[in-house]
Design a protein around this ligand. Structure first.
Ligand code: HEM
Length: 516
């Protein structure tokens, strides 16, 4: 029956559209409930059976890690997170999902993280070929040559920035990030951002960091609704356009810096930087360099991968040492006893020397355990007809993941899981550096696992241990009065770990180091 034209009112039109939208939503919810390919026996909250949106909203709020951890505590080792997504928490599943030869591949969730480079690639063969062209720049021998750059940056942090602030409250998160950023600039782009310099004639850090921070948020929003946010780009609001283009700025900065570098030094030079190595390839192993555009993408992605991860790790370690001053004292003593007649600071603070210190290693490992830089899901998708994960056959195309926040606080492997206990990783005689049971090590997925393991693991370890040792050797790090620092350091996650208050207030005071 046709409605006479005179009876078509605005309210009729609105009601009809609203009914259609509501009908579609209800239809979708029913479909999800009835036709999910995930076995119905898998427990989880009812809303997870109905829609993918609730976990997306939780993710955007920065509480995915904590929420999924609570769900595992309530429902057990397998939890449904959406009609098509599961989270697992037992040791054998790590190998199935992430181990070498796993049929699970990175999910499309990684596509939202900027331009497609090695980190984002899902196809195993495409990833293998790219990794082969990049991995040589992180070889231990190459990193050893780069140590001087890291030592210089940390030297500027302690010698210039912290010393002049001795006795005052400092935002340690800021200074750790600035240090890591300057290291990243020197290593990846062949020039420092100048973030730690007092007398530098340029300091690119504030603008770069501002865009770096915004890029993460903007990418998450694009991930939520790509079409909508692409439409927003056309709105004539300058601040909105700038915000949405934050990622482009970061890549353009990297691109320009690389061009300037080639202009200054050429493609083959004796300059100390990972960029030099990337531009030259590895002739000894017959590895050709990537094309310039690919190098530019990769180096910018590496700065993304390095900055918050390593900066947060250093910050959380210092925070834990401020909370557990007995460990701080023990660590200082351990470092300073390495000094001796005829030992220069270059010797006892060198990474070679620091890597043999059990307490430093215990503090570092325990920080990684409690405050993993990527605390929540490392998402994967099952391929083909699916695979067996634990007791369940999981059909192809299902999102599956595990999270460090749950695995690394499992009381079956780590008694008193929420307590900072570096001695878990220190042998009774203090001599064994790689201490901890095989199972404890397997439960640590802080660096990821298998073929997608963190490529920067050794660089991050070197940077963190040097920074921690040099700060603790020279400064006492204390909590200020009140509990504001505890509140600031509550953990949120937006893939990477972010302290809730986005700062870490600590009092630093230069200690009198007795002469040898
Ligand atoms: C404490 C510091 C760091 C932590 C905890 C960390 C953690 C991780 C984790 C968990 C992954 C795996 C992601 C996944 O499987 O989904 C990863 C991948 C990666 N990380 Fe790190 N990272 C750190 C620092 C760095 C640094 C300093 C660099 C380089 C300069 C770096 C470069 C990479 C790259 C290139 C990948 C991708 C590897 C691939 O897909 O083949 N990371 N990292």
């Amino acid at each position: 029956m046709e409605l006479p034209l005179s009876q078509i009112t605005t309210s009729n039109v609105v009601t009809t559209i609203a009914t259609i939208i509501l009908g579609r939503i209800i239809w979708q919810l029913i479909q999800n409930l009835l036709y999910s390919s995930i076995p119905s026996s898998v427990p989880g909250p009812l809303i997870a059976r109905l829609t993918t949106k609730w976990i997306t909203i939780i993710e955007l709020s920065g509480s995915r890690g904590r929420t999924v951890d609570a769900l595992h505590k309530k429902y057990g080792p397998v939890v449904r997170l959406s009609p098509n997504e599961l989270s697992f928490s037992t040791l054998p599943c790590i190998k199935t999902i992430y181990g070498n030869g796993s049929s699970c591949i990175k999910s499309s969730a990684y596509d939202k993280f900027g331009r497609k480079g090695m980190f984002q690639m899902a196809d195993p063969e495409q990833h293998r070929l790219r990794q082969k062209r990049i991995a040589h720049i992180f070889a231990p021998a190459v990193l050893q040559q780069m140590e001087i750059l890291i030592q210089n940056c940390v030297g500027r942090l302690v010698g210039q920035q912290l010393r002049k602030r001795s006795g005052t409250e400092v935002d340690m998160l800021h200074w750790a990030r600035m240090t890591v950023l300057d290291v990243g600039g020197e290593l990846m782009l062949g020039k420092s951002f100048g973030a730690l310099d007092d007398d530098g004639d340029r300091n690119d850090a504030p603008t770069y960091v501002h865009h770096l921070d915004n890029a993460y948020i903007a990418w998450s929003l694009y991930g939520l609704s790509p079409t909508l946010f692409r439409l927003f780009e056309y709105l004539p609001i300058k601040s909105l356009q700038e915000f949405l283009a934050a990622g482009d700025y970061v890549y353009k900065y990297g691109d320009d810096a690389m061009k300037q570098y080639i202009h200054r030094h050429g493609r083959k030079s004796a300059q100390k930087s990972l960029l030099t190595k990337m531009l030259a390839g590895d002739p000894v192993s017959g590895i050709e360099p990537l094309a310039d555009a690919e190098i530019s993408t990769e180096v910018s992605n590496l700065i993304f991968a390095a900055t918050d991860t390593t900066g947060n790790t250093i910050t959380y370690a210092l925070y834990e040492l401020a909370c557990h001053t007995e460990w701080q004292t023990r660590l200082r003593e351990e470092i300073l006893t390495r000094r001796g007649p005829g030992t220069s600071s270059e010797d006892y603070l060198s990474f070679k020397s620091l890597s043999t210190l059990p307490i430093l290693n215990g503090v570092f490992m325990e920080t990684l355990r409690l405050h993993p830089a990527a605390p929540s899901a490392l998402p994967r998708v099952t391929t083909g007809t699916g695979c067996q994960i634990g007791e369940l056959h999981i059909p192809g195309g299902t999102l599956v993941s595990m999270q460090a926040l749950t695995l690394q606080r499992d009381p079956n492997y780590f008694p008193e899981p929420d307590t900072f206990k570096p001695d878990r990783w220190i042998s009774d005689d203090g001599k064994e550096i790689e201490y901890g049971s095989q199972e404890q090590r397997e439960m640590m997925i802080v660096w990821g696992k298998g073929t997608r393991t963190c490529l920067g693991q050794h660089m991050a370890t070197m940077e963190s241990k040097i920074a921690l040792a040099r700060i603790v050797a020279q400064f006492e790090v204390r909590l200020p009065a009140g509990n504001k620092t505890h509140k600031e350091m509550e953990m949120t996650d937006h893939f990477t770990l972010i302290p809730k208050g986005k700062r870490c207030t600590l009092v630093v005071r230069e200690v009198e180091v007795p002469t040898e």
